[in-house]
Write a protein that binds this ligand. Structure first.
Ligand code: ZN
Length: 205
């Protein structure tokens, strides 16, 4: 499996017409008229990206809240690239939020770049992820290049090691809590038992 998008989405003639008739500025991106185009773009990119976020590589969910169409070069800065399909990749909402509209270009451009040289971070279409970042234990991101390091900073990928540590700590903690509860239920007096049972009932109601 390639670590970059090999084939950008190809807009149909009908989709290009819809865009030509309805797109004026980057905020038009959220217009309902573009919904079906976005659905098609997402379906295409899921396959190209092996259903993983272009920045953190976590698996993308299938609810609309669990996948974003990310504009690699921010559409607020270059609104003519809003529907440029080489500028589109799927990301998790967390990476998209962290990256937000930070400028990613080394210098001002007119036409869409043909390679990743002028782009500070990993470009999902042009740069092979594995040349720039190693992911250890699914959560520790190690930069192998300046682009890798910038991508980690832009998307705050160090946040994921914290999440993973919390998850592990919770997994280690929960059996002992349950064991303690069972012991309390066995050994406690009637009043303690009733209190515990009622607390559990309240918690799961
Ligand atoms: Zn992500």
């Amino acid at each position: 499996m390639s670590n970059r998008i090999l084939v950008p989405y190809s807009l149909t003639a009908g989709e290009s017409t819809i865009i030509a008739n309805n797109f004026n500025t980057h905020t038009d991106w959220s217009k309902p008229v573009f919904h079906s185009i976005k659905v098609n773009i997402i379906a295409h990119l899921r396959v190209q990206q092996n259903n993983s976020c272009c920045y953190c590589k976590y698996q993308l969910g299938f609810d609309i809240k669990q996948v974003d169409i990310e504009h690699i070069i921010p559409k607020s800065e270059y609104e003519n690239f809003t529907f440029e399909t080489r500028n589109l990749a799927l990301s998790c909402p967390a990476c998209n939020t962290k990256k937000s509209a930070k400028p990613v270009l080394r210098s001002v451009i007119v036409n869409y770049p043909k390679n990743g040289t002028n782009i500070i971070i990993i470009h999902a279409h042009y740069d092979d992820y594995s040349n720039h970042i190693d992911i250890i234990n699914n959560c520790v991101f190690v930069a192998k290049s300046t682009k890798g390091s910038e991508t980690i900073t832009f998307c705050e990928l160090f946040r994921l090691s914290t999440v993973e540590q919390k998850a592990k700590a919770y997994q280690q903690l929960s059996p002992s809590i349950i064991q303690q509860l069972v012991a309390d239920l066995k050994n406690g007096n009637q009043q303690d038992k009733e209190y515990l049972i009622n607390t559990i009932k309240e918690a799961i109601r």
